[in-house]
Ligand binder design. Sequence first.
Ligand code: FAD
Length: 526
Amino acid sequence: MSRIVIIGSGIAGLFASLRLADENNEILVVTKQRPKDSSTNWAQGGIAGILDRTDGEAMEAHIADTLASGDGLCDEEIVRMVVTEAGDRIRDLLSIGVKFEEDDDGFHLVKEGGHSARRILHAKDATGAEIERALTEAVAEHPNIEVRPHTLGVDLIQRVHGDPSQGVKGIWCLDLDSGRMDAIPADAIMIATGGTGRLWERTTNPPVASGDGLAMAVRAGAIARDMAFVQFHPTALMLQGDRPFLITEALRGEGGVLLDHKGLEKYRAGDKEPEVYSFTLDSSPQGSLATRDVVARACDRVMKRSGFDHVWLITDHLDEKLLKNHFPTIESRLNIAGLSLGRDPLPVAPAAHYMVGGLSVDIDARVLMDDGTIIPGLYGIGEVACTGMHGANRLASNSLLEAVVFANRAADHMIVNPINLIEEVPEWRAEGLPHLEEHAPLVRDLETLRKTMTDDVGIVRRFSRLERARRMLTLLSKEVDIIWRRSLPTRDLIELRNLVLVATLITEDALSRKENAGLHYNTDLI
Ligand SMILES: Cc1cc2nc3c(=O)[nH]c(=O)nc-3n(C[C@H](O)[C@H](O)[C@H](O)COP(=O)(O)OP(=O)(O)OC[C@H]3O[C@@H](n4cnc5c(N)ncnc54)[C@H](O)[C@@H]3O)c2cc1C
């Protein structure tokens, strides 16, 4: 029996915890807010996968679409492995109690941008909430799993300080209720902390997405890869005074069309199908259903040209009843603003959505150092990890799939290669440090950081803007470091420190690239 700490309670962390707990390991899941507060819980569209392993043609098509979306930078071996294991992992989710939508022919499948066929299982437009519900319920009932909410992972404890090759033996966590810093020993640690959408002013991510796990692993000697590839979702609902709310790509899969302001006028005056008037056709023959990188850039271009802060998503040519039935979560969100599917043009704009890069891991999710060797006892799963599956651009609905496949592989690897090395862990050294008296500088620094990333490291980049971002980040990093050394850590400070580090990794990767691919688009390289 090993004692394993899992940081994060989204699909990756919870799925792995169940697999490991079933094999009699003792699992502690630490999570920074409530267990369900995660991107997983907000996922709408679904999980891609072929259930029938014998259907070679369907699997090859899923592989081909994933490779095409990744723009030549996917690791094909990983893509093949994930697509092949998809059916088994989706069946695991079903046996845990996840209920996907069914119709007379079996599971009801939908299509999203970049997919050449309907292969996405879903629970209407709240697939993630359904997955999170089933997983949290199963975890709560498992005798070998303790879930500790309001517990913020701060830093990993190395077995030999300063020598990552010797592995990790625990983690310091801030108990957000008491303010106490706990040193928690572990045989192995799994980082499942999700993405980092909070770096941008407009994001579809929940506030917990601040890149913590990535930053703490990098400080402990891990290497991050492909950080320049940040996915902006083309269609976040933009209502005055509201946080961006994702409008799933599945709506465009059902025929939703993107129009700019002129296109909308022409559509209203004309007698043709709306797609004919879509600005997206200038970028791809797939039009509104091209891959996310292409569509987000097209939106960015027309918004900059017109000066409007949104484009329109049109659904009034579609079956209103069907839309309301398939997308009830979106419909009720729209109703609050007096809008409705099948009737009103919806104001949408791109928003930071998914971190394609992340901790470099091997095929068993073991975290790697820059010499390609592993950090013993450290695993990275879910959005925080970069497996090579997504290349330069993630195909829609492939991330829940990748998370569950790699959570399973990491668990398998731990089960076959158990570590039983529990050692004493040192207390957090903070003697004499005062509590932080003023949070205002942190709030200002966070605003500056998010503005910098939005203006200079967004959808469309230039070297001069990236260099400007580098200068700002150097300054912010020094400021945060000074506060870090002089005061007891708070949640705001810990997250800001992590965000600045992740922002630096993204900016440096973007600066180092000599070619555009997928989500990285630098106009100086055209
Ligand atoms: C609005 C939205 C819609 C999406 N729709 C889809 C979709 O339809 N299909 C698809 O495949 N993908 C979708 N995605 C992407 C997908 O949901 C995520 O990539 C995936 O859920 C990530 O799972 P995860 O377990 O890695 O991380 P998450 O689900 O984000 O969980 C991370 C967990 O780590 C915790 N955490 C973070 N930092 C710390 C810390 N320092 N200490 C303790 N705990 C910490 C968080 O609180 C959270 O519990 C969507 C994402 C969003 C935001």
